[in-house]
Design a protein around this ligand. Structure first.
Ligand code: CA
Length: 519
């Protein structure tokens, strides 16, 4: 990092020939940076300046990697943006070498870090105590919301240990080709969500009665309902059940059923749990050029701490990993995991091809305003949040986590779909990095929002939980910010601190990933 009195110009790797302007107002034409480079034009915050003359066709290098090729000669001091560069080819998935275990970094374990969580009978630990009401079809979403409202008014005050009641509404269930191979993704997502540790095994299902997706099938993964038929009976009800008379009769039956589960949930108490019980889902939304310099490196540092403490961390977002996957395969623990990672990339390449989407579909216009020129630059900054641990496993979309350590959970980059799939995988904490700013939140799991730049974090002081922009201004090191995030995760997981989106009640909907046909 080069920092003079007023100019903050950030170069990451020794070989980089561009650097990012970090001053919140950008820097004007004529400014002298690095002692001898004169800016040839005004350059906004987050955007890149050429540190050397770059000839036509020559490499543009950031993070020590090629992010583009100059499509015209670029002079030192010039603003380097999308229109001046050609997108490099993506890594060839068939020629990436499989991992060599000797190169894997060994992380030294850390001990003694704990949080107060809700221990479940299956060994998982919740960070909230929530009654989840899921649905087998969108038709009953209104009823689920109505019942949630009534429970909050009438029942919740009687069960003080229950934090919340949440309708797990979604768009699936009707008009779907339920037996096609790709239907497995939305179906296992809904099934696995019911086993999220924050629901304590007490999820109930509202069905309509004529949908293709059988309500009982949503509890197939739920150990309790498999072994106890009485319990299963009290977990599922159909709106079209002919024993109910009128809407009021349906609601009354629903409330009666929920009370059984509220009683069970009310018995849950927080107890001391090791940090090894954390399952942290990490993702980005509304990234900018700082994401790869501040928030993602801090998240990566915290990810390493969680793994060293014996816990699990997931990172996701296939399109934001694809162009940097050659840097991840060598970090997988064996060729099987390496191959699984490449297979998820291939599956997604094929999926995008079928929809005729090319690589310009990501980044967003907002990402570009924030200084990210293309998907290669975005991906290189995105993978930093995975830290340095070995990748021990790869999950397909909607699959459940069953290993400790760093895991790649394949999901789209869409914030809500990624969050929904990480919820199904079993996360009990969510960490979300943003540079442009988004109010993203989920009601089922606490979402810590980390701002990549102080300009956003200050303006959105009541929406952002942690300002990683202090790394760019030199106020904090990556290590200090990583520890701060780690401690914040433990405090939020313990219920000692409330995240901004929970304080404000800003929560997004669940959004399923359904690559299959709708009929
Ligand atoms: Ca995202």
């Amino acid at each position: 990092m080069t920092k003079s009195t007023n100019h903050i110009v950030i170069k990451i790797a020794e070989t980089d020939n561009v650097a990012v302007i970090a001053n919140s107002e950008g820097l004007p034409e004529g400014t002298i940076i690095n002692d001898d480079i004169r800016l040839l034009q005004n350059i906004p915050m987050g955007h890149k300046v050429a540190l050397l003359n770059i000839g036509l066709g020559e490499k543009i290098i950031r993070y020590g990697q090629v992010i583009g090729f100059a499509n015209r000669p670029i002079k030192a001091g010039e603003w380097v943006e999308e229109s001046k560069m050609l997108l490099p080819e993506p890594p060839d998935l068939n020629s990436i070498p499989m991992p060599d275990n000797k190169t894997l970094s060994e992380l030294k374990p850390i001990e003694g870090y704990t949080f107060l969580g809700y221990r479940n009978s299956d060994g998982s630990v919740g960070t909230k105590n929530i009654l989840g009401i899921t649905t087998s079809v969108q038709c009953v979403a209104g009823l689920a919301q109505y019942i949630v409202k009534k429970i909050k008014q009438k029942l919740l005050p009687k069960y003080p240990n229950v934090d919340d009641v949440v309708a797990l509404n979604h768009s699936y269930g009707c008009g779907i080709a339920i037996n096609v191979p790709s239907a497995i993704i939305p179906i296992r997502t809904l099934q696995n969500i019911t086993t999220n540790p924050n629901f304590g095994g007490e999820v109930l299902v509202i069905g309509l009665g004529c949908e293709k997706l059988p309500p009982e099938s949503l509890l197939l993964q739920n150990g309790n309902s498999k072994t106890n038929s009485d319990k299963k009976f009290s977990n599922v009800f159909y709106m079209q059940d002919e024993s109910f008379y009128g809407f009021s009769g349906i609601v009354e039956a629903g409330l009666k059923m929920t009370e059984i589960h509220l009683k069970e949930l009310n018995k849950r108490k927080r107890e001391i749990c090791p940090a090894a019980d954390l399952v942290v889902g990490m993702q980005c939304g509304g990234s900018d050029a700082f994401s790869g310099i501040t928030s993602n490196p801090a998240a990566g540092y915290a990810a390493d701490l969680i793994v060293k403490a014996g816990g699990s961390v997931m990172f996701s977002e296939v399109t934001e990993v694809r162009d940097a996957v050659h840097l991840l395969v060598p970090r997988t623990i064996n060729p099987e995991v390496g191959k699984a990672l490449l297979d998820e990339m291939k599956w997604y390449d094929n999926y995008l091809e079928q929809g005729q989407a090319d690589r310009s579909a990501n980044p967003t216009p907002g990402n570009k305003l924030g200084g990210l020129s293309n998907i290669v630059e975005k991906a290189l900054g995105s993978i930093v949040k995975s830290g340095t641990s070995p990748i021990v496993d790869v999950l397909g979309p909607g699959e459940k986590i069953h290993r400790k350590g760093l895991i790649f959970a394949a999901t789209p980059a869409s914030d809500f779909i990624c969050g929904t799939l990480q919820l199904a995988a079993g996360m009990n904490m969510h960490v979300f990095m943003t540079g442009r700013g988004t109010p993203y939140g989920l009601s089922m799991v606490p979402v810590i929002k980390v701002g990549s730049n102080s300009k956003l974090s200050k303006r959105w002081f009541d929406l952002i939980d942690l300002d990683a922009g202090k790394i760019a201004t030199g106020e904090k090191s990556i290590e200090e910010m990583g520890w701060e995030l780690f401690h914040l995760i433990l405090d939020v997981a313990s219920g000692k601190k409330e995240v901004a989106c929970d304080k404000l009640g800003l929560h997004n909907d669940l959004v399923l990933f359904n690559p299959g046909p709708v009929t």
